[in-house]
Ligand binder design. Structure first.
Ligand code: C5P
Length: 238
């Protein structure tokens, strides 16, 4: 059985390209992330198709708006069956709490299990210079921790954060809190536009629940070989 801790990011513009990677990876991978690039191009069809293939889906649309709009937006997404959806923690406590309440109420009305809702803390591409450019004066780590605690207080299920902050969050928010980390790079591979990165093993050792990996698999000469090498490294951290 595939290791459920690996989520492969389907950052493509077309349904054909996305399906081709999923078919190439076969039983090796059971979780996929659909982000704005693919969703804005092809809509919900990709999520429906992945569910039909027996795959789990993290729908990464990072909603960020006023509480009612985010709550209604998430309710609109519920019909397509993603396992995890997300918002930006920067939308604030009230937005996150309201989003959670509205999704749970809608799920009850429809008689379905609500998706897990997680919040993006600080994007893994943000470095200290970008951060200071935003006028922020606290270190990124402190801000991430603050966002994670706020997310938990608002009743959401977890966060998206860098592997470099995972141990801090795990310690503060406990074992049941989901910590999903992008910014994962096998040793020796390109960082691309990511800044706060770690290897798959380091991310898991730091307390990540699941890893989102895109380019190191998608752009590899042989994605299957790349995924298997990552899974082998992950196996050392059970
Ligand atoms: O290709 P790469 O492994 O960098 O892909 C990482 C994926 O995770 C991308 O789809 C990106 O949108 C997403 N992501 C991220 N940082 C966050 C949240 C999501 O890189 N904080």
């Amino acid at each position: 059985m595939a290791d459920e801790r690996l989520i492969v990011a389907l950052d493509f513009h077309s349904l054909e390209d996305a399906k081709a990677l999923v078919e190439k990876l076969g039983d090796t991978v059971s979780w996929y992330k659909v982000g704005m690039e693919l969703y804005y191009s092809v809509g919900s069809e990709i999520v429906t198709w992945l569910r039909e293939q027996g795959k789990h889906v993290f729908l990464d649309l990072k909603l960020h708006d006023i509480p009612n709009t985010v709550g209604e937006g998430l309710c609109s997404l519920m019909g397509i069956g993603a396992d995890i959806v997300n918002v930006h923690a920067g939308g604030g406590y009230t937005m996150m709490r309201r989003a959670g309440e509205m999704v749970r109420a809608e799920a009850k009305k429809r008689g379905i299990k609500p998706p897990k809702i997680i919040a993006v803390t600080v994007l893994t591409s943000i470095n200290e210079e970008d951060w200071q450019g935003l006028g922020q004066t606290v270190p990124i780590r402190s801000a991430v921790l603050r966002f994670a605690k706020l997310t938990q207080k608002a009743g959401l299920d977890g966060v998206v954060a860098s592997p470099q902050e995972a141990s801090l969050i795990r310690e503060a928010c406990g074992e049941d809190f989901l910590i999903i980390t992008p910014g994962v790079r096998p040793a020796g591979s390109s960082a691309d536009d990511q800044s706060r990165i770690a290897t798959p093993a380091r991310a898991l050792q730091a307390g990540a629940s699941q890893l989102v990996i895109g380019r190191p698999i998608r752009c590899a000469a042989d994605p299957q070989v790349a995924a298997e090498a990552i899974l082998k490294e992950m196996e050392t951290c059970k």
